[in-house]
Write a protein that binds this ligand. Structure first.
Ligand SMILES: NC(=O)c1ccc[n+]([C@@H]2O[C@H](COP(=O)([O-])OP(=O)(O)OC[C@H]3O[C@@H](n4cnc5c(N)ncnc54)[C@H](OP(=O)(O)O)[C@@H]3O)[C@@H](O)[C@H]2O)c1
Length: 248
C-alpha cells in the first residue's frame, strides 16, 4: 500500500477547486479520484488537477478501490446523504461545513462512522489556523482569567440570487448554515456545548435567514452572543472577555 493518503473529491464546485489546490501542497496526500454528477465536469476537473480516476457519479467514486478518504464538497443539504454513501462504501470522510443541516442528520452520520470504524470530520478549517492554536494556549494559561463572555459575528453582503445555494431553502441556504456556523464553532471551542439556545432570525424573500442573532448559555453561565448575515456586512470579529482582560 502507498504511504500517501489517497484522496477522492465528491463534487466539482468552487471549494472543491480550492481544496484540490491545497492538497497539492501536502507531501503525504495524493488526489487520485474525482466524482461528479456529470461526466464532462468530472473530466474537466480531473484534467485540471491531473487526477487519474474520474467518475460520472458519486456512487462510482465511493466504490473506487484506489480511494482511502473522500472530501465531500456538495451543497449543505447533501452532506448527510453523500457522507453516508461514502461511509457505507468503506471510505473515511472529510465533509464540508456545515457538517449537516440538523442534529438528526449529524447524529446519523456520526453513528455510521462509529459503526464502520471510519474517520469522519467536518472541514471546519478555522479550528486549525495558527491563530487558534495560539488562542487556545492563551486561554489554557489563564491569560484573561476566567472566560465569561464571547461576542462573534460573521456576515457579508451578497446580491440576492434565488437560484444560488446561498438563497435557496432546498439547498440549505441562509446565513447561519453558511457562515454563522463559524461563530458557533468558535463558541464551542471556548465554552463547549451550550445548555441554552435563544435565537431570532429575519427570513428574506426567498425564505432563508438573511440575518440572525443567537445567544448561547453554558453550564457556568458563560454567554456567547453571535450574529450572522448574508445581506449585511458585519465587522467579522470576535471578542473574548474574561475576568482579567479581553482578547480581540
Ligand atoms: N471551507 C470553506 O471555506 C468553504 C468555502 C465555500 C464553501 N464551503 C462549503 O462547501 C460546500 C460547497 O460549496 P461551493 O461554494 O463549492 O458550492 P458550488 O460551487 O455550488 O459547488 C457545489 C458542487 O456540488 C455538486 N452538487 C451536487 N448536487 C448539487 C445541486 N443540487 N446543486 C448544486 N450543486 C450540486 C456540484 O458538483 P457536480 O456537478 O460536479 O456533481 C457542484 O459543483 C458548501 O457546503 C459550503 O458551505 C466551504
Amino acid at each position: 500500500m502507498s504511504q500517501k493518503i489517497q484522496w477522492g473529491i465528491l463534487g466539482t464546485g468552487s471549494i472543491a477547486h480550492k481544496f484540490a489546490t491545497g492538497l497539492s501542497f501536502l507531501s503525504d496526500a495524493e488526489l487520485v479520484s474525482v466524482g461528479s454528477r456529470n461526466t464532462e465536469r468530472a473530466n474537466q476537473f480531473a484534467d485540471g488537477f491531473d487526477i487519474p480516476n474520474r467518475h460520472p457519479s458519486y456512487e462510482s467514486l465511493a466504490s473506487d478501490p484506489n480511494v482511502d478518504i473522500i472530501y465531500v464538497a456538495t451543497p449543505h443539504n447533501l452532506h448527510c446523504e453523500n457522507t453516508q454513501l461514502c461511509l457505507e462504501s468503506g471510505k473515511a470522510v472529510i465533509c464540508e461545513k456545515p457538517f449537516a443541516i440538523n442534529a438528526d442528520q449529524a447524529t446519523r452520520m456520526i453513528e455510521s462512522a462509529q459503526a464502520e470504524k471510519l474517520f469522519l470530520m467536518e472541514a471546519m478549517w478555522t479550528r486549525y489556523l495558527p491563530l487558534m492554536v495560539e488562542l487556545q494556549a492563551m486561554l489554557a494559561e489563564n491569560l484573561i482569567g476566567e472566560v465569561r463572555m464571547l461576542t462573534a459575528d460573521f456576515g457579508f453582503r451578497a446580491g440576492i440570487n434565488p437560484e444560488s445555494r446561498l438563497f435557496t431553502p432546498k439547498l440549505g441556504g441562509g446565513a447561519l448554515l453558511d457562515v454563522g456556523v463559524y461563530t458557533v464553532s468558535l463558541s464551542s471551542m471556548i465554552f463547549g456545548s451550550p445548555t441554552q439556545v435563544v435565537s431570532l432570525a429575519h427570513l428574506g424573500e426567498t425564505g432563508v435567514d438573511e440575518q440572525a442573532g443567537i445567544v448561547l448559555g453554558h453550564a457556568q453561565n458563560e454567554l456567547a452572543i453571535l450574529h450572522t448575515a448574508i445581506r449585511t456586512n458585519t465587522p467579522q470579529e470576535a471578542i473574548i472577555m474574561g475576568t482579567k482582560g479581553r482578547i480581540r
